[in-house]
Ligand binder design. Structure first.
Ligand code: ATP
Ligand code: MG
Length: 161
């Protein structure tokens, strides 16, 4: 009590499977309308983390970066997952041209790779989880740091457990 709470937790993963598992864990906290804003360099592990979310939501489908298609829809989960990759989009106009507003809604979970390219994504309606994955090649080629900023209600619940 009285301690300032940042809402941020940091995890280290030592291999790909551990990053997938972190995605599975996040999925257990998600409800319809939530948005996961993923950032991190090329090959950081954003798609593997998304794979974990997809599996955690009960789908055995494969997650692939929708680098060219921009949007992949997974409907075989307990909550449908909309997987978006904004890497190739140049400006907010192109972002809204994708129809992103129409995909996002109370009945789906949305995961957006390269979300830090567009600060305006923070204005989308819905609870937001900010996940930043950093390569730690300086320690090991398979080492990653995953920093997650949770919405206030989720963080408070996690702290209480
Ligand atoms: N700890 C780790 N967590 C996740 N991926 C890892 C880890 N260690 C090694 N890797 C490798 O890093 C790569 C991560 O690829 P992934 O497609 O998930 O990244 P990405 O961030 O989605 O890339 P892109 O920006 O191209 O979409 C894979 O080849 C994976 O095997
Ligand atoms: Mg990817």
């Amino acid at each position: 009590m009285g301690i300032k709470r940042s809402g941020i937790k940091k995890k280290t993963t030592k291999n790909t499977a551990e990053t997938v598992r972190e995605g599975v864990k996040l999925a257990s906290m998600l409800r319809g309308g939530d948005i996961v804003l993923l950032s991190g360099d090329l090959g950081a592990g954003k798609t593997h983390f998304t794979q974990g979310i997809l599996n955690g939501l009960g789908s055995d489908e494969y997650a692939v970066s929708p680098t060219f298609t921009i949007v992949n829809e997974h409907r075989s989960c307990r909550i449908p997952l909309i997987h978006i990759d904004v890497y190739r989009l140049r400006d907010a106009g192109e972002l809204y041209d994708t129809g992103i507003d129409e995909y996002i809604g109370d009945d789906v979970v949305t995961v957006i790779e390269w979300a830090d390219k567009f600060p305006e994504l923070a204005d989308l309606p819905g609870r937001k989880f900010y996940v930043e994955i950093t390569r730690r090649d300086d320690i090991d080629p398979e080492r990653r740091e995953i920093r997650t900023k949770y919405p206030d209600d989720v963080f408070a619940k996690r702290e209480a457990e």
